[in-house]
Design a protein around this ligand. Structure first.
Ligand code: 3EB
Length: 329
């Protein structure tokens, strides 16, 4: 049986029940308002305030092959099928985020560890991402500080989940993650990019902690690649300042490279994928006016079969105009 969390991007009015043979693991609504995480018998439901540009918004619906049980631990709402885990937390708007990030991340690690899971993919949507916090530190860097403290304390220095950090239009921090109990997953780096956790100090007092992608092998041998938010970065530098078309092409190139056969071979894995294999892609565009250009380049490059959504959102570095993430089953 193929079991790995898979995702569909659906319109928000649609029925978000799982297809036959699948079970809901988590639902993430991208809407025009923020609301509390709810949890019902089926699964946790999360809302991210980030839909202004996509009409009525959309729902990211995670499903799995086995029945799910749900629970609550501290601020974490979670669901699990015995092998895979979906968890989420929400931090309301605060003058500074490092401490609250540290507290919730600590709960995530405590919970996943006690249940025997290892996180492999994590998303964060943070309002005021590029704005200074109450102490004058950029909110993204403030968040990175809290995250780094927890991981350092836990001795997690390089084996990190793939991640996304993107601006939300309000609502503080919404975070959700996937974790797995059995089997190994492999975190991938991109040799054309410095590992984020080795970025020089000019990008903030603590480096970001994430891998460029995660590779999962399901029990039946089928493989899944979960690609982190990927931008126009080579080495540690932002490339093509002010040129959104060139940034989009380089970000796509970086995604193709990280999941390609050469990079997988370098990580002792044998099947490679490419841009043509991506299924659920989220494209984040800093300036609304750039949406048509980005859309055109992505349409020409990504497979027609992929679900692709475009969101107008802030990105971790002020000079980055576009970022994208996806999954290649
Ligand atoms: C980058 O490559 C762009 O801090 O977890 C992308 C994905 C980025 C995740 C994170 C940051 C993060 O550095 C920014």
């Amino acid at each position: 049986m193929v079991n790995a969390p898979t995702v569909a991007l659906q319109s928000i009015g649609a029925d978000t029940s799982a297809p036959i043979g699948r079970h809901l693991l988590g639902v993430v609504n991208f809407t025009d308002k923020s609301s509390e995480i709810t949890i019902d018998k089926a699964c946790p439901r999360v809302s991210v305030n980030l839909a202004e540009t996509v009409g009525d918004g959309f729902a990211e619906v995670w499903t799995t092959a086995r029945p799910v049980t749900t629970g609550q631990f501290g601020t974490i709402s979670w669901a699990s099928d015995g092998e895979f885990f979906f968890g989420a937390f929400h931090i309301p708007e605060l003058p500074q985020y490092a401490e609250a990030t540290e507290a919730s991340y600590t709960e995530v690690l405590e919970l996943t560890e006690s249940l025997g899971y290892r996180p492999f993919r994590i998303w964060h949507y943070i309002s005021g991402l590029n704005e200074p916090n109450a102490a004058g530190l950029e909110t993204y860097r403030d968040f990175c500080l809290g995250r780094a403290r927890v991981l350092e304390r836990s001795g997690i220095t390089h084996d990190m989940p793939a991640a996304t950090v993107i601006g939300a239009h309000g609502g503080g921090i919404v975070c959700y993650l996937l974790a797995r109990r059995r089997g190994a997953h492999v975190n991938l780096e991109n040799p054309r990019q410095v590992p984020a956790y080795h970025y020089p100090a000019r990008y903030g007092p603590k480096s970001p902690n994430f891998a460029r992608a995660t590779h999962l092998t399901a029990a039946d041998g089928s493989t899944f690649l979960y690609v982190s938010g990927t931008a126009s970065i080579l080495g540690h530098r932002s490339m093509h300042p002010g040129d959104v078309a060139a940034q989009t092409r380089l970000a796509l190139d970086n995604v193709g490279y990280v999941i390609g056969p050469g990079n997988l071979f370098a990580h002792d894995l044998n099947a490679g994928q490419g841009l043509a294999d991506l299924t659920a892609v989220k494209v984040y565009v800093r300036h609304r006016a750039d949406l048509p250009v980005v859309r055109e380049i992505c349409r020409a490059t990504l497979p027609e079969s992929a679900d692709v959504v475009y969101l107008n959102a802030d990105i971790c570095r002020s000079d980055l105009l576009v970022e994208l993430e996806g999954i290649a089953p």
